[in-house]
Design a protein around this ligand. Sequence first.
Ligand code: SF4
Ligand code: SF4
Ligand code: SF4
Length: 272
Amino acid sequence: MNRYRHLRRLRIAISLIFALALAWISVDAAIGLTRIGAWVVHTQIVPAVLAGSAIWLVVWVLATITFGRIYCSSVCPMGTCMDAVGRMRQACLPKDRRRYRYLPPANALRFPIPAIVCACLFVGFTSVVECTDPAYVYRNIVLAIFKPLAITSGSLAAAAICGAAITLSSWKCGRILCNTVCPVGGLLGLLSRNPVYRIDIDTDKCIHCGKCEDVCKASCIDLTVCTVDNSRCVRCFDCSAICPNDAIALHKGRYRLSTPMMQPTMQCGKAK
Ligand code: SF4
Ligand code: SF4
Ligand code: SF4
């Protein structure tokens, strides 16, 4: 069996554990004050920074530079919610309408937003962080569902708007919010432009079946040129798990053709 199927299952299990644990901590704040509870909360980048705990920030910076955005496929609860909506979409829509397609990067949005949020943090305007950071948004949505009386009417309205936006956008376009408005995603995207280990397509093995692009919820696989935009890839391993020829995988550096002279004339488009 393709080894990425195991890796994909492992990352889904981890993401569910963190999403459930963070939901439990949101509803019962006392759990968050225990040692394990505080550890779980501090795996989230922005809450860790606001609590002055730099260790997880360092861990995630190093992990992202080395392996890409594994944060977005493992511990971020918002990412897990978007994937859950994506799974429902897969289950409800007919096969020909389930496919994701490559989209060009929305750089005009995804890089300025983290800069604005960082500037707000710097001047002490933390409420903007609470409205945009995925961990805080997730907490508000969980509280709005399970403990609506525990939050203000403003937070309740914000949670309803965010919940609706996340559900609709992930139904339509997968992880589009992760690569447009999420400030954490923007920062991690900057760090993962050229990771040590990148998702890449081995053009010697690729048979241009198009399955990887069909399942890429980050819309970052461009089969017309056989490239993966690693700054947008959320390391879900859906593409590697479905590839029939092990052609798309995590690889140290870029793959090189075994016959480089073929490169300029090679047809790399998706098979029709
Ligand atoms: S981009 Fe943002 S919302 Fe998406 S998974 Fe990463 S941290 Fe979470
Ligand atoms: S799924 Fe594999 S073989 Fe098919 S187009 Fe993608 S990389 Fe190529
Ligand atoms: S390129 Fe592959 S691992 Fe990256 S987001 Fe797309 S499907 Fe997931």
